[in-house]
Design a protein around this ligand. Structure first.
Ligand SMILES: NC(=O)c1ccc[n+]([C@@H]2O[C@H](COP(=O)([O-])OP(=O)(O)OC[C@H]3O[C@@H](n4cnc5c(N)ncnc54)[C@H](O)[C@@H]3O)[C@@H](O)[C@H]2O)c1
Length: 349
């Protein structure tokens, strides 16, 4: 799709997150926001006020009349499957918000439809587009930390009253489960979780999970809807020090292990793999990273991939694995069991 004309974009679902998709598409070079859909007339009016986009009370009419190239599905998760399949079959390329769907069956149907229709399906795993995470990934790939020991995700905040259909694990953990696999390039071999329901009326609102990855790294997830301030960080500890990424401020800070630096500098020409045996407090360095809105990067890369025929910015199979791992965490928390072996391998198959 490289005839030079602007891509025609549409947003389905205009709530808290859909509004951001509308704003970002409307400002994206090479893209025209042509239409939006939501059964809520107030949300619909707010989205089109001051914009050229046309308003539709449902996605079916929008797809038939507008024939968009790009569609963001930002409706509640229970609607993702049906809406995504309808948009793909109408010829659109789809970015569906995370979590990709409610279960494996739904996600498989969506992926199969994209393949059958020859259209792109990608998923809004927005944290992959955070500049701090991109920088951290590049630094890990350059082996700046040496061997990695631990990865720890902290995602705390108040309870969002509008979320009724899922608990905190399915709503938030897919972000961190995806980022851990994305940064480590390794698969979980054992997981365990503790969950609690303290304030939420229907689902768990507190989650602590532990993952052992195939490469030996231990992953820790600390996620809840019970904290009166928002914290979103990811720390990675290795033999040469620790990186801490702050998703909100887009900061990336490095805490050096000076003992390791000495060992590495003393390595001979043969680069012998002398192990690092001590840890001490070293210098702290804040890496300078140009800040960018992650959603703007995500939608720009979606449009670019559609225009150039490139791969989806986030493979929907990765999004499915993130969802299935989150579901296994819910199961582990509910049953008090450690999940490993074939019970875990089936998630990755
Ligand atoms: N990537 C992220 O960080 C992130 C953040 C928040 C939400 N999300 C995801 O975005 C999706 C929406 O979440 P939200 O917080 O914006 O929810 P929300 O409740 O604020 O908004 C949902 C909107 O969908 C509309 N809707 C309902 N049925 C519809 C239909 N048949 N057709 C069109 N629109 C319909 C509702 O009227 C509402 O305006 C969820 O899947 C959620 O997990 C992702």
């Amino acid at each position: 799709m490289s005839d030079g004309r602007p891509l025609r974009a549409a947003v389905v679902g205009l709530g808290m997150m859909g509004r951001n998709h509308v704003r970002v598409y409307d400002e994206l070079p090479g893209v025209d926001l042509v239409a939006v859909a939501d059964p809520d007339p107030v949300a619909l009016r707010r989205a089109v006020t001051g914009r050229a986009a046309r308003a539709y009370p449902d996605a079916t009419r929008l797809l038939a009349e507008e024939r968009p190239d790009l569609v963001s599905i930002v409706a509640p998760t229970s609607l993702h499957r049906a809406m995504t399949i309808e948009a793909l079959e109408a010829g659109a390329n789809v970015l569906v918000e995370k979590p990709i769907a409610s279960d494996r069956d739904e996600a498989e149907q969506m992926i199969a439809t994209a393949e059958r229709c020859g259209r792109m399906l990608t998923v809004g795993h927005i944290e992959r587009f955070n500049p701090a995470i991109r920088e951290l990934r590049a630094r890990l790939a350059a082996n700046e930390l040496g061997r990695i020991f631990q990865i720890r995700a902290t995602r705390l905040g108040p309870f969002p009253a509008r979320i009724r259909d899922v608990g905190v694990v399915i709503d938030l953990a897919p972000h961190d489960l995806d980022i851990m696999r994305y940064l480590l390039g390794s698969e979980p071999v054992r997981i365990y979780a503790e969950t609690e329901q303290r304030i939420h009326t229907d689902h768990e609102d507190l989650f602590n999970g532990v993952i052992k990855f195939a490469n030996g790294v231990v992953g820790i997830l600390d996620i809840n809807w019970l904290t009166p301030t928002k914290m979103r960080t990811l720390s990675v500890t290795g033999e040469r020090g620790m990186y801490v990424a702050d998703y909100i401020n887009q900061d990336l800070v490095f805490y050096a292990n000076p003992e390791a630096t000495q060992v590495w500098e003393n390595r001979g020409a043969d680069n012998s793999d002398e192990p690092v045996t001590t840890v001490a407090e070293g210098e702290m360095t804040r890496r300078s990273i140009p800040k960018r809105e992650p959603l703007a990067v995500e939608l720009a890369e979606f449009a670019l991939a559609v225009r150039d025929g490139g791969p989806p910015p986030v493979d929907p199979r990765d999004a499915m694995v993130a969802l299935l791992l989150a579901r296994k965490m819910v199961e582990a928390g509910a049953t008090g069991s450690v999940i490993s072996g074939t019970a875990l391998a089936e998630v990755l198959a």
